[in-house]
Design a protein around this ligand. Structure first.
Ligand code: BGC
Length: 710
């Protein structure tokens, strides 16, 4: 691709976001194809109209190894056409990839227009100018002047950083929903704040009449303080600007090259006499375009809202890569977060394409730095300071490379993801074997431990679980998934089988007697690293009771604790934890008005205090992993053959939830699992598109595809 095209950029006159253009002639009404590779994010316009409806293309890849080149249909061509490309810094040249750099990283593009068997390529005949966008940045937002005009000039040839352009494998990001403000609040500090009702991700768009020079300026926040004032100190150094200078008359504005995470919009400046609630400000919720596949409704309104929050959190964080959060100066593809949430994610939406695209970058980075980094792509690519990704496996984070492909395979039945990742899985396990300080365990490396565990020692973000125990448990689990993968692919995995058996034996011998925390016990049970499940379960139950029947788990223990309980005869206690409303619990934030999942169990404390600004996101999907337990245990739908060729449906009802309706659109068709109570008796309705083993209480029945009532 692009063999004959030149990479073009701009000269020193262009100090704002550049707009490129090419004028070309065509047969009236004909169609052309544009192939475009940009170092930076782009929007394409043909004769003044935006082409296609994707935004922030081409997303975020590991640019050192590849960059996706999308194709656009240019239809309805005229005799003379103006093709314009607005090139925003995006993930390539923005602050997210060049923090601490004083001079901006230049952006560039190469293009091919295929028209009537001929190719028009990017070269010196293209033009460029300063656009109305003074600046645009993923973290820092936009400044735009609707009156700004400038002259076209000739482009320059680019000779900077170059990478491989590859066919586009990204899932396009689109505007997916319009959200209107629900209330205009005047805060105790006298500020005007629009409440959008939910914590959303995207941008406000304007549609208004104004006078030339009038200004619109907003600030974004996710939560109000206890006394009702605007707050966004938790965005840290992400400036999230939205500054717009009006022209005369009617105008519309959509920001390019950025997005924001917010519920509350502070109006800093606004045209005289305009009512912000009159429809002139609305929000576009953006996310990667994925098909919805799962739904959960229960008889409990708080659990329903928890589920809605999980969905909203997934959408707002599945943008270009699976991010930790969408608002502060991170928005990074944290590998641990993506891993713990994958089962819930793959029930809620078809995430196969989105995840496969990202795994490509995980593997490219592993190849280059020696291990899957804690976030992918690694940012600060152009930072003069030394920020280096980890070159050894980070327990629970780097394990995304075994866990995610395996989950994708089980959900979608697509072997190719295993084929693509098998070598990387082995490399990951071998990496632990190579650097550990204790043979057959994974010890001696700095890890994130049970990140944000509630049992953390004062002043630490890491829960008190032993890092070597967690790391060794993942060492075993990743080895096991590598073996399973190898077997599907017909490979010889005897080396890993031997390794796994030794890790498991050593783990039991070393740790079984000393497991203390909820997370250590839950992980041990869930990964099958014991021959005394009954004893470990009892210790876990005692531990939970001793804590006052509440969670003490962080990122690692939380996705597994309910499974560990319900798999071992303690389903009632699992429901106790799920249904708990006091802090800490999944429902506590819901009772505090949350509309997304919080990073901290106590992001907003019962006394109204907020977590310190340093690490306090109100849109962090990780703990939303609990949706997986509702789908696969409470609703009971699990594949026992890859791609739901055959399923086990074993619902576990609990009267406190009242009713449950779970639906899941698998690649084989739609599953439904519902139950309700009449007195103490549970009634079940099950729909399966494939032969299944249905387990109701102690009864197990083999059924064909169909609908059943029990
Ligand atoms: C991120 C996380 C991440 C963690 C790991 C945080 O800054 O927001 O979600 O997994 O760091 O240390």
């Amino acid at each position: 691709m692009f063999e004959n095209s030149k990479f073009i950029t701009y000269g020193s006159n262009v100090t704002r976001v550049p707009m490129f253009r090419k004028i070309f002639t065509a047969k009236e009404g004909s169609e052309a194809t544009l192939k475009l590779v940009t170092l930076g994010t782009h929007d394409v316009y043909l004769n003044g109209e935006k082409v296609g409806d994707s935004i922030l293309a081409p997303g975020w890849q590991d640019f050192t190894s590849r960059i996706c080149a999308p194709e656009y249909k240019l239809s309805g061509l005229k005799a003379e056409n103006e093709l314009c490309i607005l090139l925003t810094p995006g993930w390539f040249a923005g602050k997210i990839n060049s923090k601490f750099r004083e001079t901006p990283v230049p952006t560039a593009l190469a293009a091919e227009i295929l028209l009537d068997g001929k190719v028009i390529v990017s070269d010196e005949s293209w033009q460029v100018k300063n656009s109305k966008l003074e600046c645009s940045d993923i973290w820092d937002g936009v400044i735009y002047d609707a009156n700004f005009e400038s002259e076209w000039e000739q482009v320059q040839l680019y000779d900077g950083f170059m990478t491989n352009s590859v066919p586009d494998t990204t899932v396009p990001i689109r505007e997916q929903q319009t959200v209107y403000p629900v209330e205009l609040i005047i805060t105790p500090n006298g500020e005007k704040v629009l409440d959008f009702g939910v914590n959303l991700v995207g941008y406000p768009v304007l549609d208004l009449c104004a006078k030339k020079g009038e200004k619109v300026s907003f600030s974004f926040g996710e939560i109000l303080t206890n006394d009702g004032n605007f707050y966004n100190a938790n965005y840290r150094i992400a400036l999230c600007r939205y500054e717009y200078t009006c022209c005369d008359g009617h105008q519309t504005f959509t920001p390019n090259g950025t997005y924001y995470g917010w519920r509350y919009l502070r109006i800093n400046e606004f045209p005289e006499g305009l009512d912000p609630m009159s429809g002139c400000i609305k929000a576009k919720f953006i996310h990667a375009d994925m098909k919805r596949t799962g739904n959960i409704r229960t008889g409990n309104e708080l659990v329903n809202r928890l589920f809605d929050n999980i969905i909203r959190g997934q959408l707002g964080n599945y943008i270009a890569v699976p991010t930790d959060c969408p608002q502060r100066d991170e928005r990074l593809g944290w590998t641990g977060d993506a891993q713990v949430f994958i089962k819930a994610a793959a029930h809620n939406y078809d995430v196969s394409g989105f995840m496969k695209n990202w795994l490509t970058d995980c593997m490219a980075m592993q190849e280059r730095v020696g291990a899957i980094p804690y976030f992918v792509p690694f940012f600060y690519m152009f930072s003069p300071k030394e920020f280096k990704p980890n070159n050894y496996p980070r327990a629970a984070w780097s394990d995304c490379i075994t866990i995610i492909p395996w989950e994708l395979y089980m959900t979608y039945g697509d072997r190719s993801v295993l084929e693509d990742c098998f070598e990387a899985m082995k490399k990951h396990v071998d990496g632990m074997t190579a650097v550990t300080t204790t043979q057959y365990l994974y010890t001696g490396k700095d890890q994130y431990g049970d990140w944000l565990g509630l049992d953390s020692p004062e002043g630490s973000y890491k829960g008190s679980s032993n890092e070597d125990i967690i790391s060794s448990a993942y060492y075993a689990y990743s080895s096991m998934l590598t073996i399973k993968t190898g077997k599907v692919l017909g490979k010889d995995v005897s080396k890993y089988e031997e390794l796994y058996n030794k890790i498991r034996a050593k783990y039991i011998e070393t740790y079984e007697g000393v497991l203390k925390t909820q997370t250590e016990l839950a992980v041990t049970l869930h990964f099958g690293l014991t021959d005394n499940a009954a004893d470990i379960t009892k210790r876990l139950v005692d531990k939970i009771h001793a804590a006052g029947d509440k969670l003490e788990t962080g990122f690692v223990g939380t996705p597994y604790i309910l499974h560990a309980l319900s798999d071992n005869g303690e389903c009632e206690l699992a429901y106790d934890l799920l249904m708990r409303t006091e802090f800490p619990s999944w429902l506590y934030p819901v009772t505090m008005g949350a509309t997304t999942i919080w990073e901290h169990w106590d992001g907003l404390r019962p006394d109204g205090k907020l977590w310190d600004t340093n690490m306090n996101s109100y849109n962090h999907y990780a703990y939303g992993a609990v949706a997986d337990w509702i789908y696969s245990v409470a609703g009971g739908i699990k594949p026992d053959k890859a791609g739901y060729e055959h399923a086990v449906i074993a619902p576990k009802p609990d009267k406190r939830l009242g009713t449950l309706d779970v639906t899941f659109e698998s690649i084989k068709g739609r599953f439904e699992s519902s139950w309700y109570f009449e007195g103490d008796a549970a009634h079940y309705r099950i729909v399966t598109p494939v032969p299944a083993t249905v387990i109701i209480g102690t009864r197990s029945i083999e059924v064909e595809a169909g609908a059943y009532v029990f």
